[in-house]
Unconditional design. Structure first.
Length: 305
């Protein structure tokens, strides 16, 4: 009995030590993730202006969103265009840089750190302010164009209806560092024997890229696509700081529209409803990608099926 009691006390002590280590994380996760998510879902069924108690209205916010809010569809279309264009371009650029960094030299570590740096600072307010200055009427881009081509243009690239969204897309492509490192890791896992076999068969570098590199990288491509799609739909700082959704709502991302409704127009309930629509939409897109992955993602462990 004493041995059992001693073991139970020791086991209880171990459990308490474990709980003490994870306690702060659990408290933070509940306080800053679970509770806000559940609260936002409840608010999405209410009229809530932050200043007065919420009033339950059922599905009214969702009905208004889909049938009576043209600006919601504009923001959703802008976000969809941004994601569809920026994600493939960012991944293509990241893969190209990763292939250049495959060869190990003395400066390889420096190059990897330098190329990853834009990803760390790219979403910051400081970079967004710099980006806004670069593409303004008297910015660096116009200065370079005027000096190279001897012109005298003063185009505000962030103020043009056709060019504003492209300034944000260029910024998104510039933040390719995380995808590049993941691609680089995937490239190093491809067996060299496959390239040697392709060379023996007389395959060119282009054929080896499309017949060996791309198929073997499909799991990495799949992971990067999922992560970059989610990040693209959640983009906020760039639009809010650089263009503030202008001109004519051409850069009004849906996250900025959520912020406007929640904290500018004090329609927190409606903002929560839009946020939940975005969450469900991303979940559906992710589920469809997972559903289709068996037809184009190659896993060596599955024998190529």
């Amino acid at each position: 009995m004493r041995k059992k009691t001693g073991r139970s006390q020791y086991s209880l002590r171990q459990n308490l030590e474990g709980y003490s280590f994870i306690g702060l994380f659990v408290i933070g996760f509940l306080a800053f993730t679970v509770i806000p998510i559940v609260t936002s879902l409840i608010f999405s069924f209410t009229h809530y202006d932050i200043l007065s108690p919420p009033k339950f209205v059922g599905l009214e916010n969702y009905i208004q969103m889909f049938t009576g809010d043209h600006q919601f569809w504009v923001s959703f279309g802008v976000t969809l265009f941004y994601v569809i264009v920026s994600v493939p371009l960012r991944l293509a650029f990241a893969l190209a840089v990763a292939m250049l960094l495959q060869k190990t030299t003395r400066l390889t570590t420096f190059y990897r750190a330098a190329y990853y740096l834009p990803t760390i600072i790219g979403s910051s307010i400081a970079i967004s302010v710099v980006w806004r200055q670069m593409f303004s009427g008297d910015g660096v881009l116009n200065s370079i164009i005027n000096k190279v081509f001897h012109t005298n243009i003063s185009i505000s690239w962030i103020g043009g209806e056709k060019t504003a969204i492209w300034t944000l897309i260029i910024l998104a492509i510039w933040q390719y560092g995380s995808s590049m490192l993941i691609f680089l890791s995937g490239l190093k896992q491809i067996p060299k024997e496959l390239y040697e076999a392709a060379d023996i068969d007389g395959a060119s570098r282009v054929h080896s890229f499309f017949r060996v590199t791309i198929p073997m990288l499909t799991p990495v491509v799949f992971f990067n696509v999922i992560m970059q799609l989610i990040q693209g739909f959640m983009t906020f700082t760039q639009s809010y700081v650089i263009t503030q959704g202008m001109p004519m709502d051409k850069t009004l991302f849906i996250t900025v529209y959520v912020y406007r409704n929640s904290f500018t127009f004090y329609k927190m309930g409606y903002g929560c409803a839009i946020a939940w629509f975005l969450l469900i939409f991303m979940a559906v897109v992710t589920a469809l990608l997972f559903k289709s992955s068996h037809s184009w993602v190659f896993y060596q462990a599955e024998g190529g099926d």
